[in-house]
Design a protein around this ligand. Structure first.
Ligand SMILES: Nc1nc2c(c(=O)[nH]1)N[C@H]1C(S)=C(S)[C@@H](COP(=O)(O)O)O[C@H]1N2
Ligand SMILES: [Mo]
Length: 329
């Protein structure tokens, strides 16, 4: 199995790869908390990343600050600058709220409190987690990951959450469990879908799935926050999947149900268009989407005009081959 080995470039000093403003903000922030006598490990990389540059309507969508978050030492940077939140949180895919990138305001209709995440199927301990469990039951980490959409745009975001492994350890899948399905919130009154959806019979709810080995991989993550705070609704509050070596559509948002299964379940995009959206959906420059090449990607927010976003070469497994290539050998 050959893949481009990235770590060298990924181990640049943070000051070299983090945008100037975030670095400056962090130093100011660190000074402040050191002054308060707190340790340096329990801080967010970009918790206070120039919120003041965001429109007030956007600031209102941001969640609550999350405390007691440890920065995962292996995922402090992703070899590229962190995307500014004003771009990441206004350029989203969340088809329940429409078929365009500009759904962040409409997504505020999502009801997230109370919330129940039900975990069952082939497990020894079926569980129901409430909103409080999601941020308090499992130790929270911050991980800066690359994120690559199948549509050939990419960003880098600081997620807050916990490894999927932690939840697996809690529910204890049985040896029969081979696949895991993740179902997103759906209520036709609240999540109307894209306008063109009326003409089609879209396979709601949005369901994604992983193999049990993928879910157990060190990279597989549940995000309950981003940029230092709980997830804004447009990013899939209160809990969403993050699998950075796969195309973004594998990362289901606003998860209400997780089921451990023997057979591979049907999934949303794969059902709609199987030859465009494979089940595995690992990032791979050599496998073009039927309608476009995957050799390069546009980096979100690198210019105010999206047509001028910087282009970078796509990397196999999105640069995470050392963690996941073995899964597919
Ligand atoms: N429930 C649900 N989850 C979803 C989607 C969606 O439409 N509905 N879109 C997916 C796609 S295509 C991408 S690229 C990412 C986008 O995540 P972001 O908006 O937080 O960047 O969410 C994924 N998860
Ligand atoms: Mo996507």
């Amino acid at each position: 199995m050959s893949f481009i080995h990235l770590p060298k470039s990924w181990q640049l000093a943070e000051s070299q790869i983090t945008p100037e403003f975030a670095y400056w903000n962090r130093r100011k922030f660190m000074k402040a908390i050191v002054g308060m006598g707190m340790g340096a490990s329990a801080v967010s990389v970009v918790g206070c990343q120039r919120a003041n540059k965001m429109a007030p309507e956007l600031q209102e969508t941001l969640g609550q600050p999350l405390n007691n978050v440890t920065r995962h030492p292996g995922f402090r940077d992703a070899g590229r600058a962190i995307t500014e939140q004003q771009y990441a949180s206004t350029y989203n895919n969340f088809y329940e709220f429409g078929g365009t990138k500009n759904i962040w305001a409409d997504a505020q209709n999502l009801p997230t409190d109370p919330w129940t995440l039900e975990v069952g199927g082939l497990v020894k301990n079926p569980k129901k987690y409430d909103l409080d469990d999601l941020t308090n039951r499992f130790p929270l980490e911050e991980r800066v990951y690359r994120f690559r959409c199948v549509e050939a745009w990419a960003m880098v975001v600081p997620w807050l959450g916990f490894p999927m492994q932690a939840l697996m350890a809690d529910v204890e899948p049985t040896s029969d469990a081979k696949y895991v399905s993740f179902t997103s919130f759906y209520d036709p009154e609240i999540t109307p879908g894209p306008a063109w959806g009326f003409a089609q019979n879209l396979p709601w709810p949005y369901v994604e799935a992983l193999t049990i080995a993928e879910m157990a991989n060190e990279l597989a993550f549940f995000a309950v926050g981003i940029y230092g705070r709980t997830l804004p609704k447009q990013h899939g509050a209160p809990i969403r999947m993050v699998t950075p070596w796969k195309y973004g559509f594998k990362s289901g948002k606003s998860i209400v149900k997780i089921e451990f299964l023997q057979e591979r379940p049907a999934t949303y995009w794969n059902t709609l268009s199987p030859n465009e959206y494979g089940f595995e959906a690992n990032v791979n420059p050599e496998v073009p989407h039927p309608r476009w090449s995957q050799m390069t990607e546009k980096i979100v927010g690198t210019n105010t005009n999206p047509f001028d976003w910087e282009k970078q070469p796509t990397v196999i497994y999105n640069g995470y081959g050392e963690y996941v290539a073995g899964l597919y050998a």
